[in-house]
Design a protein around this ligand. Structure first.
Ligand code: FES
Length: 344
């Protein structure tokens, strides 16, 4: 790996060839405000928040799109840089509602964060009066274009990560907005409701219909299929209230599909969920202990020859559970009659 030596704000750092100036700064613990950059997406360079001064380079290049070179000397906090950043944020705020206290993204909003960082206390520009109807057609999240800053993180996520392409930036100039094909509602589009766009939205433009704050988190594996996506559940009063992908998950690296992201709390918390084995006694299902249930099943299995039984495992179980199931079939029951419904 070819390494370059460069200086950022007087600090000597090393960066790998191919890194952007933003990545090099972040890796050295130097904060550069951003809005359109996302580590999982290709550089885009639209918000102009990450501009820096680079000695010998004209203008103020965006650090998220500028690759590092040997000997580069970068300044991230000059008066010219701050003026451009402030202007960019002030223009965004002028086009943004001021209902932060009732916004679901309050305190998690990246626009708020950069405005605070830049010390913006008053607005130099009049607020715009444009008003979009909120698209509430999706069962899990809403799209409120009034809060959209047109960073296109949602659009790029849908193209680059989910590879669905349900949304794009449509129309021109002041009318530019995130839209589905034919400007239909999200529900009537090809959106698969995975929510990856919502996770990456820096403001409250794409937000959950209902946000429940949790008191602690539990790491687990999604039970919906064999991919084994790692997820982090938010728990409050012993109930699952939120789900997020775990970036350290080897198979999903933080991403989730619609089932994992939105299909967990309702069934885990459902009062109708079976939480103990049931054994039919005198025609009625009665609660039983696991020992009792396993003993009963074992005694029934023992009445059959290996060629008389077959085991069909579940595509909704984890890889590990499916592995154990076939092992049980082969080693304990002595049969090779094993199948899994995933292969359909
Ligand atoms: Fe670089 Fe938006 S983060 S231009």
């Amino acid at each position: 790996m070819e390494k370059y030596k460069l200086t950022i704000n007087g600090k000597h750092i090393e960066a790998v060839r191919g890194m952007t100036v933003l990545e090099a700064a972040n890796s050295a613990g130097i904060y550069i405000p951003t809005l359109c950059a996302d580590p999982d997406l290709e550089p885009y360079g639209s918000c102009r928040l990450c501009v820096v001064e680079i000695e010998g380079m004209r203008g103020l290049p965006t650090s998220c799109t500028t690759p590092v070179t040997e000997g580069m000397v970068v300044h991230t906090e000059t008066p010219a840089v701050t003026a451009v950043r402030k202007m960019a944020v002030e223009l965004l705020i002028a086009d943004h509602p001021a209902d932060c206290l009732t916004c679901t993204k309050n305190q998690n909003c990246e626009l708020q964060k950069v405005a605070n960082y830049l010390g913006i206390k008053e607005l130099r520009f009049p607020k715009t009066t444009r008003k979009y109807e909120i698209d509430t057609s999706n069962p899990f999240f809403d799209i409120d274009r009034n809060k959209c800053i047109l960073c296109a993180r949602c659009v790029r996520t849908c193209n680059e990560i989910t590879c669905v392409g349900a949304i794009d930036l449509a129309f021109r100039g002041n009318d530019t907005k995130v839209a589905t094909f034919g400007d239909k509602t999200l529900f009537d589009s090809i959106c698969q409701s995975c929510g990856e766009c919502m996770v990456r939205c820096p403001t409250g433009a794409l937000a959950l219909k209902e946000v429940n704050n949790y008191t602690h988190e539990v790491k687990t594996t999604c039970p919906y299929c064999g991919v084994g996506c790692s997820m982090i559940l938010g728990v409050r009063n012993n109930k699952v209230v939120s789900v997020k992908g775990n970036r350290e998950g080897a198979s999903n690296q933080g991403k989730l599909c619609v089932k994992g992201r939105f299909g967990i709390p309702e069934f885990v918390n459902s009062p109708e969920r079976l939480t103990t084995p049931l054994i039919k006694k005198n025609g009625k299902l009665e609660k039983a202990s696991w020992d009792e249930a396993i003993r009963l099943i074992a005694s029934k299995f023992s009445n059959y020859q290996p060629e008389e039984v077959a085991v069909v495992s579940s595509s909704r179980a984890t890889n590990e559970a499916n592995y154990i199931t076939q092992k049980f079939a082969r080693s304990a029951l002595g049969t090779n009659n094993v199948d899994n419904c995933a292969r359909v």
